[in-house]
Design a protein around this ligand. Structure first.
Ligand SMILES: Nc1nc2c(ncn2[C@@H]2O[C@H](COP(=O)(O)OP(=O)(O)OP(=O)(O)O)[C@@H](O)[C@H]2O)c(=O)[nH]1
Ligand SMILES: [Mg+2]
Length: 300
């Protein structure tokens, strides 16, 4: 029989290239927020893929962008820090690129510096031509001895099995680090925070969603009259301005209600259990520069 393999794989790339989408797709569950907005992911979230002969632990990281606050400093530190911590790096770029842009170059330099085993993943091939793809592969491949170069489309589910096989090839024999039934090491509390933030990102406009953070304040499970389990969760959305608070709550509380309903529906499906989710909105003007709050986002 083949020897069991395992390892940690970090997924690194510019913001919005589709890192979280890819991990969610491979894991088969939503563990990280996905949105067509920059800087969606804020921390390193682990997603676990269990295969007959391997266990691959993916580490999602915040997209690389220009730092403007303590929070973005910390997010970028987390992402770059993850190059060192893992067995393999997936460097994700967009198939639509026609050159090695500044952001991609910055990440590429870090990978070269670390000399880490890396697979180049070219995502969103549904949006480009074969010719452009070939050029892109050539541009990158001559600059680094990648373990493999794998073009994929997360949305069209193309190239994903090939990617998993390439990853498996690079892994060393090792034990299953996590229970083989698990797909993330996030606590339910973190999952609630991530999903509520995702819904807010999707439903709110422009600068409002980037200024929020979500914190579960209370979580308790109880049995209902019909002996079903239900979680009572109090969760607070912090924002930076009074005007933002108004927008998040919406007319007659409609927006907040929508965020809550969408989040609850997703979460109930994921954990197969009822949730009574109460959402609040509070203003905390400068939380992005507050050491204590930003600590939450540090490398764990
Ligand atoms: N067309 C197309 N869109 C994709 C593909 N993969 C992801 N996307 C979209 O790209 C956007 C960004 O996806 P995310 O997964 O949030 O990107 P990310 O790299 O995690 O972003 P950050 O967390 O901000 O670093 C979403 O709108 C996805 O639906 C793909 O294969 N094709
Ligand atoms: Mg992300």
């Amino acid at each position: 029989m083949e020897e069991f393999k395992s390892g940690f794989v970090s997924v690194i790339g510019r913001t919005n290239v589709g890192k979280s989408s890819l991990i969610n797709e491979l894991v088969g569950e939503k563990i990280a927020a996905v949105a067509n907005k920059v800087q969606t992911t804020r921390t390193a979230i682990r997603g676990i893929v269990n295969r007959p002969n391997s266990q691959i632990i993916f580490v999602d990281t915040p997209g690389i962008h220009k730092p403007k606050t303590k929070l973005s400093d910390t997010m970028i530190e987390t992402a770059f820090g993850m190059i060192q911590e893992v067995d393999l790096v997936l460097f994700v770029i967009e198939a639509t690129s026609t050159e090695i842009g500044r952001g991609d170059q910055k990440i590429f330099d870090r990978i070269k510096e670390a000399g880490k085993k890396t697979i180049l993943v070219i995502n969103k091939i549904d949006l480009t031509s074969k010719e452009n793809l070939a050029q892109l592969i050539e541009m990158y491949a001559k600059e680094y001895p990648f373990e493999a170069v794998v073009p994929i489309s997360t949305v069209k589910k193309k190239g994903l099995e090939e990617l998993l096989q390439e990853i498996e090839k690079t892994l060393k024999p090792g034990p299953a680090y996590y229970d083989q039934e698990e797909y993330t090491d996030q606590t339910l509390r973190q999952l609630v925070e991530e999903i509520v933030r995702e819904k807010a990102l999707k439903l709110l406009q422009d600068e409002v969603p980037h200024g929020i953070f979500v914190e579960v304040e209370k979580m308790k499970s109880r049995k209902t009259k019909n002996a079903e389990f239900i979680y009572d969760v109090d969760c607070c959305i912090y924002c930076q301005r009074d005007s933002h608070k108004g927008i998040i709550i919406g007319k007659n509380g409609q927006m907040l209600k929508k965020i809550g309903t969408y989040a609850r529906e997703d979460l109930e499906k994921m954990i197969d259990c009822k949730i009574n989710l109460k959402l609040w909105v509070k203003v905390n003007q400068d939380w992005m520069n507050n050491e204590n709050l930003v600590k939450k986002f540090k490398l764990q």
